[in-house]
Design a protein around this ligand. Structure first.
Ligand code: AHR
Length: 657
């Protein structure tokens, strides 16, 4: 009979716990073995699971520019009586290649019930009582008596906010009309309805509605509650924009940063590859509008004090899909994109791309230091292309760091080839990905103990512990969290080798996900961190500055009696930080012996995550079910006992004197 991992852990713990002696963990406080980089713990952002459109990008109107494959997707048109041709989709093609379509509405003594356009939002619209909403529209009309009514609706189709916008005659040119108004009530799944007064023809495009309470109150900005979750983690870096969307299903579908900057009405929308990737989680309405583009990502990084880590296409489409390749002699535009991105981020305002950054409102450089070339690409074709990028980038920016792909898996022939060749190329970072079962994380805690300390460093760029559950938001269990916590003690112990790490993916909408587990889940109004989120946050907020040796019987604590531990010094606060994972179902007492410190404080700050049930979860209804609890504990000298509760992750901060 197949035994579940839980029962194996439980049985092992039972066996060992009964015969268990108190163990002494020795921490050498005056013998740092490596620096912890400020970039050690970061976040991986991708527009997957409605991460950007319908997620952090706070736009509430879906398909605002009628550019989805089906131009009226997301819109309901109601006419009473029905008049053929009253609402048509027009295409101005050459005049605006990035955003060719618009809606033409012909009105004949229109009044409330004759013609309604209703937008359903991204799985509904989250609307909040007393909050201001900023509506805008690009329009043109020769009529001079038109009024546009904007109504916020709740799930019962009741009007909970409304406004009237006068559409003055513009002749043949486009103009922008905007108006702000309040919602009188809250709706989880609201909609926005439009109707008209007057007679004449009006063309409409870029119909937009944003809440006032965006991150930093920026008009047209990001959803503040989601960004706050990131800011609270104090991530060392933000990797963007993915992930597989960098590669695209084919090359035409790849992410092209130059198409994501400048006025939003000129940013060309494309289908999001997660629209069709998983037939069982199809999302036919998933597109990338790029209202959130590279400028906004750089600005976000600056806002939250994280280094920017953009990833660019290397001339290869996703190898699980078309695997299209750009011939080597046609790679120049791709390489130029990389060079231009560095200029866009860092260049003087007189440079071509630095000037564009300045025009977008940021004359100061963003101080970009690194970028990834390729996402999960592999094979000799990847190496050939990477070499061309490396030569060109290093020729112009010798100290600029490159992050390179080791493929999709942390082992196997593809990994072996790339890991060997990339190290020969002396790349700064090799990006390793592991989406594995909890067992893998527990048994790979020592993965980096014997890695070479010289040469290329490791970027643990995507990882998540996958338990066997079927529902998306039920997969981030405490078992997933605690297995990742155990693994991360191994990363921390080897911070000399692994200098950056990020869980993936970052966000998921409960009604719009394609991939699970994920770090943070949202609906239209609420957000919650998973147990994994709190584990990442605890590591990030307690990363310290230097790795200290922590041993039991002169060995790393990496699974003895299901215990895992690591220690760092925080030079800024002169604190010793000890992390202990007890993955057994029994409490375990350790003596922690702090050597090399004159004196230590009599109390320690304890941040504790503990659950008796490894299937415990957080949810919209119970967002803090599995979350750290903070307390002060008493310490009796430099050799003190600490009892690690069953299935727990403890972070102890102790002042050194
Ligand atoms: O994180 C989800 C996906 O997993 C990423 O897009 C890709 O890089 C990996 O395969």
């Amino acid at each position: 009979m197949k035994r579940s991992f839980l029962s194996i852990v439980a049985a092992a713990a039972l066996l060992t716990a009964t015969a268990q002696d108190k163990k002494t963990f020795v921490v050498k406080a005056n013998t740092p073995v490596a620096e912890v980089q400020s970039t050690m713990w970061g976040v991986f952002f991708e527009d997957i699971n409605l991460g950007a459109d319908g997620g952090i990008y706070a736009e509430l109107i879906k398909n605002r520019s009628f550019e989805f494959a089906r131009p009226l997707m997301g819109w309901k048109v109601e006419q009473r009586p029905y008049t053929e041709g009253a609402v048509t989709v027009q295409n101005r093609q050459g005049n605006n290649a990035a955003n060719p379509r618009f809606l033409r509405v012909q009105l004949n003594n229109a009044s409330q019930t004759s013609l309604n356009l209703t937008n359903e939002g991204f799985r509904g619209m989250g609307l909040k009582k007393d909050l201001r909403y900023d509506f805008s529209v690009m329009y043109r009309t020769t009529a001079n008596n038109l009024k546009l009514h904007v109504e916020l609706l709740n799930a019962k189709n009741e009007v909970i906010g409304n406004s009237v916008v006068n559409l003055a005659a513009t002749g043949s040119s486009w103009s922008k009309a905007a108006q702000s108004f309040q919602s009188k009530d809250t709706a989880q799944k609201g909609q926005c309805r439009f109707w008209f007064e007057g007679t004449g023809t009006v063309d409409l495009d870029m119909i937009s509605l944003f809440p006032e309470d965006t991150w930093k109150k920026r008009p047209g900005g990001m959803r503040a509650d989601m960004i706050q979750m990131l800011a609270d983690m104090k991530p060392g870096f933000v990797r963007f924009p993915g992930g597989c969307i960098v590669e695209g299903i084919d090359l035409a579908n790849r992410y092209q940063w130059k198409k994501t900057i400048g006025p939003i009405e000129e940013r060309q929308l494309i289908m999001n590859r997660w629209n069709v990737e998983f037939p069982h989680r199809a999302a036919p309405d998933y597109f990338q509008t790029f209202g959130l583009g590279f400028f906004e990502y750089f600005q976000l990084c600056e806002d939250i004090g994280a280094e920017a880590l953009p990833i660019l296409n290397c001339g290869m489409a996703c190898q699980f899909n078309t695997a299209e390749l750009v011939p080597l002699d046609q790679l120049d535009p791709y390489v130029q994109d990389a060079l231009d991105l560095i200029e866009f981020a860092n260049g003087d305002v007189t440079s071509t791309w630095g000037k564009k950054r300045a025009e977008m409102g940021h004359p100061a450089p963003f101080n970009l230091k690194m970028m990834g070339i390729g996402n999960e690409n592999w094979g000799p074709q990847y190496l050939e292309r990477l070499k061309i990028f490396q030569t060109a980038i290093k020729a112009k920016y010798p100290t600029f760091k490159l992050i390179t792909s080791s493929g999709t898996d942390p082992d196997g022939a593809r990994y072996d080839l790339l890991n060997t060749e990339l190290r020969k190329m002396n790349v700064e970072f090799v990006d390793e990905h592991y989406y594995r079962k909890p067992e893998w994380f527990f048994s790979n805690v020592k993965r980096y103990d014997n890695y070479t300390r010289t040469g290329s460093k490791v970027f643990a760029g995507e990882y998540a512990s996958h338990v066997d559950r079927t529902n998306g938001d039920k997969r981030n269990t405490w078992l997933a969290g605690i297995s990742i916590a155990a693994f991360m003690t191994g990363l921390e112990r080897n911070a000399e080798v692994v200098q950056m790490a990020s869980y993936a993916p970052l966000f998921a909408h409960v009604d719009g996900w394609q991939w699970a587990p994920d770090l943070i889940w949202v609906n239209n109004l609420n957000v919650y961190g998973t147990p994994d989120y709190y584990v990442q946050k605890l590591f990030s907020l307690n990363k310290g500055t230097q790795v200290l040796p922590l041993t039991f019987n002169n060995e790393a604590v990496a699974g003895q009696d299901s215990l895992y531990a690591s220690a760092v010094l925080d030079k800024a606060t002169n604190e010793l930080v000890v992390k202990i994972v007890n993955a057994s179902n029994k409490q375990q007492i350790q003596t922690i012996s702090v050597e090399g410190a004159k004196k230590i404080a009599k109390t320690a700050k304890l941040q504790l995550m503990q659950q008796n049930d490894l299937t415990a979860l957080n949810s919209i209804a119970a967002p803090q079910q599995v979350a750290p609890v903070e307390s002060m504990i008493t310490i009796n000298g430099k050799k003190f006992d600490y009892t690690a509760a069953p299935y727990s992750f403890s972070v102890l901060r102790i002042k050194l004197q």
